[in-house]
Write a protein that binds this ligand. Structure first.
Ligand code: SF4
Ligand code: SF4
Length: 99
């Protein structure tokens, strides 16, 4: 069995997890982003590149660039809002998509 760490010093996730552990893929009826009623919109001016949204997104649909800036893969994001909840500087706003 692989020996995975059970706890990490706060600065270590940046260096340990450069790649996601799983990737989103189409379900039986195609991409899953169409389930969404609210979508996360990232304000890049407020973002401090802490990557918490990337770490917590359960769908792996926060995409991390090499400089630790982030953007959303709307093909698969389901709009759960976890990324907005964990953002320490309120840089992510959940915006209604469906009227
Ligand atoms: S709304 Fe949910 S699924 Fe979409 S990017 Fe944020 S955490 Fe991920
Ligand atoms: S949690 Fe907020 S501040 Fe941190 S990377 Fe995501 S959008 Fe930027």
């Amino acid at each position: 069995m692989a020996d995975y760490p059970t706890s990490l010093p706060i600065e270590e996730p940046r260096t340990l997890f450069k790649a996601p552990l799983s990737m989103p893929s189409p379900g039986a009826s195609g991409v899953t982003g169409f389930w969404r009623t609210m979508k996360p919109v990232i304000n890049e001016d407020k973002c401090i590149k802490c990557i918490l949204c990337w770490l917590y997104c359960p769908e792996d649909t926060i995409i991390r660039r090499d400089d630790d800036s982030v953007y959303v893969d709307y093909e698969y994001c389901k709009g759960c809002g976890i990324c907005a909840d964990v953002c320490p500087v309120n840089a992510i706003e959940m915006v209604r998509e469906v009227v």
